[in-house]
Design a protein around this ligand. Sequence first.
Ligand code: NAD
Length: 311
Amino acid sequence: MARVLITGVAGFIGSNLADRLLGEGHNVVGLDTLVHGVPEQVPKEVELRHGDIRSKEIYPFFQGIDFVFHLAAKNCIPDCQKDPVGTADINVTGTANIFDAARRAGVKKVVYAESAAMYEKIKTMPTPEDEVMPETFYGISKLCNHLFAKAYQQFYGLKTVGLRYFNVYGPRQDYRRTIPPVASAFIIKFLKGEQPIIFGDGTKRYDFIHVDDINDFHLLCIKDSRVDNRVFNLGTGKNYSILELYDIVARIMGSNLKPVHKPAPEDGAETSLADNRRAKEMGWLPKTNLEDGLRGMVDYVKNEFKKGNIK
Ligand SMILES: NC(=O)c1ccc[n+]([C@@H]2O[C@H](COP(=O)([O-])OP(=O)(O)OC[C@H]3O[C@@H](n4cnc5c(N)ncnc54)[C@H](O)[C@@H]3O)[C@@H](O)[C@H]2O)c1
């Protein structure tokens, strides 16, 4: 049994990870400013600490911690484009501060979020060895995290694992953000009886991966030293067009509403498809089929709608 600290614990991936770690018998300390996080979705067994990843006041929380999962970030791409300085402050300074707090406290390993957004210019299936060429401030901030991790490995011997998540979906995904994630946006419109919006013609393809599959890899990172000081793509290796995603959500919800098409934003990703062979070599396999995963997500959003949380 380990003592694990999660930054961004009140967010989508962090709160689901907390459930999984507790289920495995670990102690979980959670850190969040609650700027976007939802305290009600943090499991009650988590020792929740209110704090900012940029602050030195959080250092005492790292005492006695075995593993850190660093997930807190400014991560809505259009918001990051409008606020490059805020993006650098939270994502770059904040991450360096987490690495520093961890190495001072003698943490065994820091698993931190990179992103498939770092591959923005790569049109073919990217491998973790590809030279990344991000185009957005968000992607650039994640590349900086990668470089800081390498420097902390080299100069302080800190063990890190960088995870390049592709398009993660599942219950508790943040539908409140400026531009809600695509599956949440469709579900919300269907629930309201309104036509969902597709930006562009809907033919762009994305690698959607369920949060449970991401968390399977997180758990593996605790147990397996082969992952140390490496970077992994976490995607399914299969992608779906937005039109295909739309059809699946419409089928689950029993709707025949047709989508409205609007012009695609210029900073939208072209396509995504993970080369996940390196992660599979660790014995990991994404298991959730898209339709099954979306059913769980529809149930979650329906429940939020019933509770009156979605206006
Ligand atoms: N969800 C995806 O599809 C996806 C894809 C690639 C990478 N990622 C990365 O995975 C990580 C987790 O993503 P998520 O979808 O769970 O995000 P989320 O927005 O749901 O959760 C992020 C959490 O971090 C907290 N936070 C923000 N700024 C903070 C600060 N300065 N100090 C402390 N807490 C702060 C927020 O309150 C929130 O609870 C992020 O680093 C994100 O960039 C996510």
